[in-house]
Write a protein that binds this ligand. Structure first.
Ligand code: AP5
Ligand code: MG
Length: 220
């Protein structure tokens, strides 16, 4: 088992970060820290963080750095991150990456591997509009590639599936613009530090996972 499991997973909207995160955390036993999921929970619970994030998220805009950074700071200092962590969708700006570098230094858990999942815009939009999620247990489906057994119903808990509010063509286009403008510069940022590895997100889910596992294990 690799002993360097402080991982950042990056990629455009719909690249497969959530799908791969599920497999990674199961294999390596590290906590999955998805800022998008944390915000969706906060919105459902109507917490102050949720209220701050909601309007940005629904439009597909990035939530302001200070809101995201304080959320991650609190989460990373928990005990379950002692042996590693998987950050999904954070950092997304240079300011977030710099805060992460400082924060992880402070707690003695520096980032050891940054994995970029790539995919082209046409494939991404197709995936995004056909994604369905369970608002109760969080399971994710796709009408093209991962259908539920019964139409519109979660296989895991039987709840009715919904479409994320930001999974429209319009919000996707805003999300992709935000990725290109604010997040893509991180590729160079992490590449210069020798931390970046890349996988093709258009392969089958299991193949992508195999390639990610190879990167995690070869970086040790
Ligand atoms: P977030 O929830 O992180 O959304 P995202 O980055 O836009 O990415 P998605 O969750 O849509 O896609 P994914 O890469 O996880 O793909 P998935 O595995 O689901 O963020 C949402 C919002 O929160 C942001 O827009 C922003 O407002 C805010 N936010 C979050 N973090 C922030 C931050 N750090 N700073 C500021 N704001 C922040 O797959 C997609 C679909 O494709 C699924 O249906 C899946 O089944 C299918 N699929 C996956 N892999 C494959 C494959 N290999 N082959 C075929 N189908 C596949
Ligand atoms: Mg996701």
């Amino acid at each position: 088992m690799p002993n360097k499991l402080n991982i950042v997973l990056m990629g455009p909207p719909g690249a497969g970060k959530g799908t791969q995160s599920e497999l990674i955390v199961k294999k390596y036993g590290i906590p999955h820290i998805s800022t998008g999921d944390m915000f969706r929970e906060a919105i459902a619970e109507k917490t102050p963080t949720g209220l701050k994030a909601q309007s940005f998220m629904e439009k597909g805009l990035l939530v302001p750095d200070e809101v995201v950074i304080s959320l991650v700071k609190e989460r990373l200092s928990k005990d379950d991150c002692k042996n590693g962590y998987l950050l999904d969708g954070f950092p997304r700006t240079i300011a977030q990456a710099e805060s992460l570098t400082a924060l992880t230094k402070e707690i003695g858990r520096p980032v050891q591997s940054v994995i970029l999942i790539t995919a082209d815009a046409d494939s991404l939009i197709e995936r995004i509009v056909s994604r369905r999620v369970c608002p109760s247990c969080g399971n994710s489906y796709n009408l093209l590639s991962k259908k539920p057994h019964k139409d519109g119903i979660c296989d895991n808990c039987g709840h009715e599936l919904i479409q994320r509010k930001d999974d429209t063509r319009e919000a996707f286009s805003t999300r992709l613009d935000a990725y290109k403008t604010s997040t893509e510069p991180l590729i160079n940022y992490y590449s210069k530090q020798g931390l970046l590895g890349e996988v093709d997100g258009l392969e089958e889910i299991e193949v992508v996972f195999k390639n990610i596992s190879n990167l995690i294990e070869e970086n040790n």
